[in-house]
Design a protein around this ligand. Structure first.
Ligand code: DX5
Ligand code: ZN
Length: 218
């Protein structure tokens, strides 16, 4: 059965000593997108990896690369991530003073543009730029680390964004990131999410295909 739900495993939870093999394993297990968490130790209290890693992985996979920027400022690095092989580039409104301009830049680079909302960030940020958005990412944890617990108050935010997106008539993906598990995935899908990021719930399981099918719900 085909599903409209995309599963995007987060590389942050993979075995960093075997990244090429991990990428191949999730792709053959049915992953739809690869989620790449970019952390600068400044916007969030952790450091991950940058464009060089994306460039190295790009030839190994046909999956869309979904790049989640947790860096500030983000604008000086947008071109580098686009050139490295990102397909979707998402950033937080708090990463700089001109979200509208940043989204314009991502689209001008030929990439899909996303806005990421922290648990305390209101959906009004999206309403103001909806014409420039291809994806809205709801953080269901505070960004910076994998393996945290899902913040249930974000379900109402997902529902509100689903209504906003449907009313807009635009083709916009609604993604959830953080603490997505077999238990919380159905809540996200019921609220209207259509892309689920999962780090621990895929890479922490012995059988990636079973984990991905379970999250997708079929
Ligand atoms: C957190 C990252 C997430 C993280 C999710 O800042 O944005 O993508 O890797 O990890 P899990 O699924 O383990 O909560
Ligand atoms: Zn992420």
């Amino acid at each position: 059965m085909t599903s409209s739900i995309r599963i995007a495993p987060s590389l942050l939870a993979a075995d960093f000593a075997r990244l090429g093999a991990e990428l191949a394993a999730i792709e053959s297990a049915g992953a739809d997108w690869l989620h790449l968490d970019i952390m600068d130790g400044h916007f969030v209290p952790n450091i991950s990896f940058g464009p060089a890693l994306i460039r190295a992985l790009r030839p190994l996979s046909a999956m869309p690369f979904d790049v989640h920027l947790m860096i500030a400022p983000a604008d000086p690095y947008l071109a580098a991530f686009a050139e490295a092989g990102a397909d979707w580039i998402s950033l937080h409104p708090e990463a700089g003073p001109h979200l509208h301009r940043s989204l314009q830049t991502i689209r001008a680079l030929g990439k899909k543009a996303g806005v990421v909302l922290n648990p305390a960030t209101p959906i009004a940020h999206v309403a103001e730029v909806i014409d420039l958005v291809d994806l809205v990412l709801v953080m269901s944890v505070n960004p910076g680390f994998g393996g945290q617990s899902f913040i249930r108050s974000q379900i109402a935010k997902i529902s509100a964004l689903r209504r906003m997106i449907d009313a807009s008539g635009h083709d916009i993906r609604l993604e959830v990131d953080g603490g997505v598990t077999m238990e919380t995935a159905p809540l996200c899908i019921a609220a209207g999410a259509d892309v689920l990021v999962a780090g621990t719930a895929v890479f922490g399981r012995p059988d990636y295909a079973t984990a991905i099918r379970g999250l997708r719900g079929c």
